[in-house]
Design a protein around this ligand. Sequence first.
Ligand code: PMP
Length: 427
Amino acid sequence: MDDLLARHRAVMPNWLALYYDEPIEIASASGRRVTDRDGTTYLDFFAGILTNAIGYDVAEISDAVRSQLDTGVLHTSTLYLIRKQVELAEKIAELSGIPDAKVFLTNSGTEANETALMLATTARRSEQVLALRNSYHGRAFATVGITGNRGWSASSLSPVKVSWVHGGYQFRSPFKSYSDADYIKACVADLRDIIETTTSGDVACMIAEPIQGVGGFTAPPDGLFRAFKEVLDEYGILFISDEVQTGWGRTGEHFWGIQAHDVVPDAMTFAKGLGNGLAVGGVVARGSLMDTLNANSISTFGGNPVSSAGALATLNYLLDHDLQANAAKLGSRLIAGLRSVAERHPVVGDVRGKGLMVGIEFVGPEGEPNAAAAAGVLEETRRRGLLVGKGGLYGNVIRLAPPMTLTEDELEEALGILTASVEAVSA
Ligand code: PMP
C-alpha cells in the first residue's frame, strides 16, 4: 500500500488530492460496502454521488454491460448509429421535462458543462456568463472559470467573462440571518444589480447547481431559482442547471434538483452517478438550443455502447425500484438524526441538504469555519468503518451521499459512527 502511495506521488500530479492520512485502495465492493487492499470493509457514504448511484456489484448493471461486451463491440465512434446511445438519449429527453429536448452524451461532467457553455454562448453570441459564488462546474478551461471556489479554480485564464451571483450558500453570506423570503429578495436584487452594473446586458446564460456539491451541499431555499429565472427571462438570458450531483432522484422530493424551484431550464447537464461507475455524462437541452451549432462535431467516446448500456440499466433500476422515494425517506431520517447530534455538539454549525445529499458544516467557537474538525471526522469515521466526503469553500463540511439503495440498518449504522466521531472531535 505504502509502495503504491509512493508510486502515485512520484508519477501523478501533486494537485490530485487523496483522502485520508493513509489513503486507501479499494479492491472489491458489493452493495454499499467496499473492501480495501488490506481486507478492511467500509460502509460507503460518498460513492452515491461520485460514482455508484445505486451501489456496487448490481447484477442488472453487470449483465447489461456484459451482454454489450459479448457482442465484441466496445465502441464504434459516433460516426455510426449506436442503438444503446439513442435509447439512452430518448430516455433522458423524456425524463428531462424540457420541451422538444435533445441530448448530447459526453464522458464527464466537465465535458457536459463545456458543451452547455458552448451552446449558450454561441446561441446568444456573448461570452458573458453568470455563475454562483461557491460553485463547482469542472476542471477544464471554461468550466474552471465558472467555478467560484478558489480551492478548485486551478487556472484564472478562462475564455468566459464571469459575473458572480449570491444565492448558493446562505450560511456564510451577508444575508445569513434572513428569512427564506427575504433571502430570495436580497439575491434577486443582487442579480439585477450585477446584470445592470457588471455586464453589457447581453449575457449568454446563468449556470447553477440546485444544491452546491463540492461547495458543501448547500441547499438554497426553494423558489430562489424561480425568482432568478423571472429576471433572466426579462433579459433573454438562458438558464443551465448543473445536475451532475443533484439528478436522478437523489434529492428525494424531485427527480431533478431544479424541480424544487418550479423551473424548467433551457439545458441541464449530468454525469457521475448515471453510469453507476462507467464514464458517461451529457447535456439535455431544448432542441433549438442544441442545434445552434452549425459546424460538425464529434465525440469519439461519448455515449459509447458499453457506457450507454450501463447507464440505461442504471436508470431503469432507479425507476423500477423507486429509489427516489427511498432517498426521501432515509434522507429525512438522516437529517433528523444529525440535527439531534448538532443540538448536543456546538462544533456542528449546520446540518442541511435534501434526500441522500446531506452536509454537516463544522464551526469554531465564534462560528468560524472549522476545517480541523471536519478533517478529524473524516479520519474518525474511516477508523470506525465509514467512508464520507469532505468539501465546502473552507474544507469544513462533511458530505454524505450514500448509494440510493441504502437500507435502514445501514443508515442507523452510519448515524452511530457519525455520532461517535463528532463526539471524538468535540472531546
Ligand atoms: N459539476 C458538478 C456539480 C460537479 O460536482 C462535478 C464534479 N465534482 C462536475 C461538474 C465535473 O464532473 P467531472 O468530474 O465528471 O468532470
